[in-house]
Ligand binder design. Structure first.
Ligand code: SF4
Ligand code: SF4
Length: 331
């Protein structure tokens, strides 16, 4: 299976993240899965005219283009010309290359939230008119249009994340190599369900604190970061706490609230990232499927039942009250 990878308007962080794949590494995983990288700007030796020849060969249909991966937002400015980002040495706007290649690709994959939804590149006044391949924030459309379907009949596969987890990218590519992704395997935003059908909250090491609403009040506290520190783990679709990053951690286990980087529009939450917006002391962003009245009732109940250990440790940077040692067994 041939994969072509282009980098558009982004920081390159998704490629950096991809390089963290281990056991086995990126290249061994792709090779083992029968995936051939036609070209990747950071991993390939080809440059200049050789690269142009590869792109033109794909557009002409001479070289089969099984997967077009795009990393970074698509820069449509100024005035729709795309001239803010011309592919070096070609005089042609990147968005024109992407449109031409996407028309040929068997599958089109957005690698990262910028390519999927616009991401950080589209934040603020968005002077470059950045957007995603098939979304502009929450709105379907983007560069290719809401009706775009690749040759396989699928919409753009949005491997969202800022950056993406290397496992999300590699599993997507390996699944495509096995013809293992159908429309039913994508969620309503085009994200592969194998990681997007879960919430960051699942498996979070702070779940005991969440249960008792024992909350962190400042950076480095051990407690749950939902109530005061802006954590959106109960709303963000990703398996970050089930599939560790770099084999070990995650944002929340590292002490950082989840800022829901896999969701469209995460870059402009309308409040400081590390603060929880509230009305009448109740967080606005409640868990996705929990009615507000239930949350208020349960929070009051669970706070009244919080064990001393959990309450004390929630605002400490290390466990200061350890679990009681009790005899186990039935004697
Ligand atoms: S810190 Fe965030 S992800 Fe972890 S338990 Fe609290 S709300 Fe859930
Ligand atoms: S924990 Fe949240 S912010 Fe961190 S990588 Fe996962 S989805 Fe993104």
């Amino acid at each position: 299976m041939n994969v072509l990878w282009l980098q558009s308007g982004g920081c390159g962080g998704c490629t950096m993240s991809l390089l963290c794949a281990e056991s086995p590494d990126v290249l061994a995983t792709l090779e083992g899965g029968g995936v051939s990288l036609l070209w990747h700007p950071s991993l390939s030796e080809a440059s200049g005219p050789e690269v142009v020849a590869i792109l033109e060969s794909c557009i002409a249909g001479t070289t089969p283009l099984d997967v077009l991966c795009v990393e970074g937002a698509l820069l449509r400015g100024p005035h729709g010309s795309g001239r803010f980002h011309v592919l070096a040495g070609t005089g042609r706007a990147m968005i024109d290359w992407v449109r031409a290649l996407a028309a040929r690709a068997r599958h089109t994959v957005a690698v990262g939230t910028c390519a999927a939804f616009g991401g950080v590149t589209a934040a603020g006044c968005n002077p470059t008119d950045a957007c995603g391949l098939q979304y502009d924030g929450n709105a379907a459309g983007g560069l290719l249009g809401a009706g775009y379907r690749s040759a396989s009949g699928l919409p753009v596969i949005n491997v969202a994340g800022c950056p993406t987890h290397p496992g999300w990218v590699l599993e997507t590519l390996l699944a495509l190599a096995l013809d293992g992704i159908a429309a039913v395997d994508l969620d309503a935003l085009g994200r592969p369900r194998f990681y997007a059908d879960q919430l960051v909250h699942h498996g979070c090491s702070r779940n005991e604190f969440y249960e008792f609403k024992a909350s962190a009040e400042k950076a480095s506290d051990l407690g749950c970061m939902m109530e005061h520190m802006g954590c959106k783990g109960t709303q963000a679709h990703a398996d970050c706490n089930v599939r560790p990053w770099n084999g070990a951690g995650s944002c929340t286990s590292g002490g950082y609230p989840c800022i829901s980087c896999t969701e469209p529009g995460f870059e402009e939450p309308g409040h400081p990232f590390f603060e929880t917006p509230k009305v009448g002391g109740i967080p606005i962003g409640l868990p996705t499927d929990m009615p507000k009245a239930w949350f208020v009732a349960l929070a009051a109940l669970s706070k009244s039942a919080t064990p001393k250990r959990v309450r004390t440790n929630a605002t400490a940077d290390h466990p200061v009250v350890t679990p009681v040692i009790r005899k186990t067994g039935f004697k």
